[in-house]
Design a binder for this molecule. Structure first.
Ligand code: SF4
Length: 86
């Protein structure tokens, strides 16, 4: 997240080319992170990474992930997703 509250999916997106939204007094991080816009950004990264400038040459890509939900990107099975953003 940038100092102005702009949320991006990855630290490599340092120009906020695929911003998910911006935290404000009325818009929480949780709302942005779980929004349809955030899902669309994840899907674009997953399905069209060659079109995403900051992903094109990334060594950390995981192309085996088939779900764009945030849960699919967590490895730790002990995380309680119901209370994660409470
Ligand atoms: S593929 Fe690499 S640059 Fe793209 S979102 Fe994932 S970790 Fe970030």
């Amino acid at each position: 997240m940038f100092a102005d509250g702009t949320v991006v999916a990855c630290e490599q997106d340092y120009n906020a080319k695929l911003a998910m939204g911006r935290v404000t007094d009325s818009l929480r991080f949780k709302d942005i992170w779980t929004s349809s816009q955030a899902a669309a950004v994840r899907q674009q990264i997953r399905d069209n990474y060659k079109e995403v400038s900051f992903c094109r040459n990334c060594p950390y890509r995981d192309r085996e992930t088939t779900d764009v939900s945030i849960q699919a990107h967590y490895i730790n099975k002990d995380i309680d997703y119901e209370t994660l953003f409470s």
